[in-house]
Write a protein that binds this ligand. Structure first.
Ligand SMILES: Cc1cc2nc3c(=O)[nH]c(=O)nc-3n(C[C@H](O)[C@H](O)[C@H](O)COP(=O)(O)OP(=O)(O)OC[C@H]3O[C@@H](n4cnc5c(N)ncnc54)[C@H](O)[C@@H]3O)c2cc1C
Length: 419
C-alpha cells in the first residue's frame, strides 16, 4: 500500500546501504534503471561503493520489482489507520482510501502489517505501544534543509560529496549528474523564524561558498521554487504492537547530514528478511515477536553508530557563538585532516562499513582530547580545555543514553555542568 510520490529528490546511499541493498531486491533497483549510475567516491573498503540516484525512479523500480514477485498485489491509496482485533489488540491490517477524500474507505488485512510511511508517519503512534506512563517516542526537529539544484556547478573535488563548514551551520553539495549538483542549506533552530531566507542565502551563505559553486548557487536561489524540509531525529522505539512493525523513518530517524537514513533502512530490511524467513506462520505473534527481538539487538551496532555519528557531527558543525564550540569544530576538521585512521575509521562508520559504537565513542573523545590539547597549547589554558571537553561530553552523552549503547551509558551523569 503506497501513495503516488511526486517528490523530485536525489539520494545518496552509503556503501553499507548498497551492501544491504544488494542482498535485497533494492540492489536491482539501485543498480538497474532506477539509479542514474552516478558512482560515489571510493570508500576505505575498495570492494564497497556508495551510489547516488534519483529517489523517485528508485522507488518506482522497487515497486515494479515487488509487483513482479509471485503472490504480491499492489494497491495505491492513502492509509488512514491501523485495524486491530478489539479482543486481543493485535493489528490485523489497515484502513485506506484508493481515491480522493470522498472515496470509499476500504480495509486490507494482513498477518503482519509493516508501516513505512516516512518521517511524518501517521501510523507510528498507533503501532508503538507507549510504555506505561509515557507518551509516544519523542521526535525532535534538529534543523531544516533548503534543497536547491545547481546547474553547471563545479565541485572542488568532482564526483565527491562536500560539506562546507559555513556559519551558522553546514551546507552540503553532492553531484547528481555530470552537470547538476544538489545543494542542501541547513537552517539551524537558532535562526529566527522571521529570517528572510532569500537574504540569508544570498547575504550570509553565498559569500562563504567556494568559487565555482557561488554563482550557480546564487542563480538557483534567484530562480526560486525552493522549499525547506524538517530534519527530524527519533530514537527507535523498543517494540511495536503484535501484528505490526515499523520500518524506515517511521521507525528511526537521525540528522540527514551524513545521508545515513537509507543505509539504516536498507540494513533493517535485510535483517528483517532473514529473521522472518525463519517464521513459517506470521500469525504466530509469539514467534514473530521473538524474531523481532533478535532484529532489535542485531541492528543496534550499525544503527547506533550511524545515528550517533550523524547527530553528533551535526552538533559539532553547527557551533553557534560559543568559542569552545567553534574550537571543537576546528579540532574536528583538523583531526579528520590528519588522515590515517583519524579519517578512515570515521568515514567507514559514516558509510555503514564499521558498525562499531565503541570505535565511534573513542574517536569522538579523541577529537575532544585533541581539541583540549590545542586549547592548552594556544594559551587558552585548562579552563578553555575543560569547556571544550564539557561541551563534547554534553553533545555525545545524551545520544549514547538515547541509543542505550556502550558502557559510557552507565556514567550516571546526563550532562556536565557549566564552568
Ligand atoms: C533533505 C533530506 C535529504 C536526505 N538525503 C539523504 C541521502 O542522501 N541519503 C540517505 O540515505 N538518506 C537521506 N535522507 C533521509 C532519507 O530520505 C530517509 O531516511 C528515507 O527516505 C526513509 O525512507 P522511508 O521509506 O522510511 O520514508 P520515505 O522515503 O519518506 O517514504 C515514505 C513513503 O510513504 C508514503 N506514505 C506516507 N504516508 C502514507 C499514507 N498515509 N498512506 C500511504 N502511503 C503513505 C509516502 O508517500 C512515501 O512514498 C534525507 C532526508 C532529508 C530530509
Amino acid at each position: 500500500m503506497f501513495l503516488g510520490d511526486k517528490r523530485m529528490c536525489v539520494k545518496y546511499v552509503a556503501p553499507g546501504g548498497t551492501g544491504a541493498a544488494a542482498a535485497t531486491a533494492a540492489g536491482g533497483a539501485a543498480a538497474g534503471k532506477g539509479g542514474d549510475g552516478t558512482p560515489a567516491p571510493p570508500s576505505p573498503d575498495a570492494q564497497a561503493a556508495g551510489r547516488s540516484f534519483h529517489n523517485g525512479r528508485f522507488v518506482r523500480r522497487l515497486r515494479e520489482l515487488a509487483a513482479a514477485t509471485p503472490g504480491v498485489a499492489l494497491a495505491q491509496g492513502t492509509v488512514l489507520s491501523l485495524v486491530e482485533d478489539p479482543a486481543t489488540g493485535t493489528v490485523t491490517g489497515v484502513r485506506f482510501r484508493d481515491g480522493g477524500p470522498g472515496s470509499a474507505v476500504q480495509t486490507a488485512t494482513a498477518a503482519l502489517t509493516i508501516a513505512c510511511d516516512g518521517c511524518f508517519s501517521r501510523l507510528r503512534a498507533a503501532a508503538v505501544p507507549p510504555p506505561p506512563g509515557a507518551g509516544p517516542p519523542p521526535i525532535e526537529v534538529a534543523s531544516r534543509f533548503v534543497g536547491l539544484l545547481l546547474r553547471a556547478g563545479s565541485l572542488p573535488y568532482p564526483a565527491h560529496g562536500h560539506v562546507v563548514l559555513a556559519d551558522p551551520s553546514p551546507v552540503l553539495f553532492y553531484p547528481v549528474s555530470s552537470t547538476t549538483v544538489r545543494c542542501l542549506v541547513d537552517l539551524p533552530p537558532s535562526l529566527p523564524a522571521t529570517t528572510d531566507l532569500r537574504s540569508h542565502m544570498l547575504g550570509v551563505i553565498a559569500p562563504q561558498l567556494p568559487d565555482g559553486l557561488r554563482e550557480p548557487f546564487e542563480a538557483a536561489v534567484a530562480a526560486g521554487g525552493w522549499r525547506s524540509m524538517p530534519n527530524r531525529t527519533m530514537v527507535a522505539p523498543p517494540s511495536a504492537r503484535p501484528g505490526a512493525l515499523l520500518l524506515g523513518d517511521a521507525f528511526n530517524m537521525r540528522h540527514p547530514l551524513t545521508g545515513g537514513g537509507m543505509t539504516v533502512a536498507l540494513a533493517d530490511v535485510g535483517l528483517l528478511r532473514s529473521a522472518l524467513a525463519g517464521v513459517p506462520d506470521l500469525t504466530d505473534t509469539a514467534a514473530v515477536a521473538a524474531a523481532l527481538d533478535g532484529v532489535t539487538a542485531a541492528r543496534k551496532p550499525l544503527s547506533s553508530t550511524i545515528n550517533i555519528l550523524a547527530n553528533a557531527l551535526y552538533a559539532v558543525f553547527s557551533p553557534g557563538p560559543a568559542a569552545s564550540r567553534r574550537h571543537m569544530r576546528d579540532a574536528c576538521f583538523d583531526y579528520l585532516a590528519r588522515g590515517g585512521r583519524c579519517a578512515t575509521d570515521p568515514v567507514a562508520m559514516l558509510g555503514g562499513l564499521r558498525p562499531a559504537p565503541y570505535l565511534l565513542i573513542g574517536h569522538f573523545f579523541g577529537v575532544a582530547v585533541y581539541g583540549c590539547g590545542r586549547e592548552v597549547m594556544v594559551g587558552g589554558g585548562v579552563a578553555a580545555a575543560w569547556r571544550l571537553f564539557r561541551d563534547a561530553f554534553n553533545i555525545v552523552k545524551p545520544l549514547i543514553d538515547g541509543e542505550g549503547v556502550t558502557a559510557v551509558r552507565w556514567i550516571p551523569l546526563a550532562r556536565l555542568g557549566g564552568a
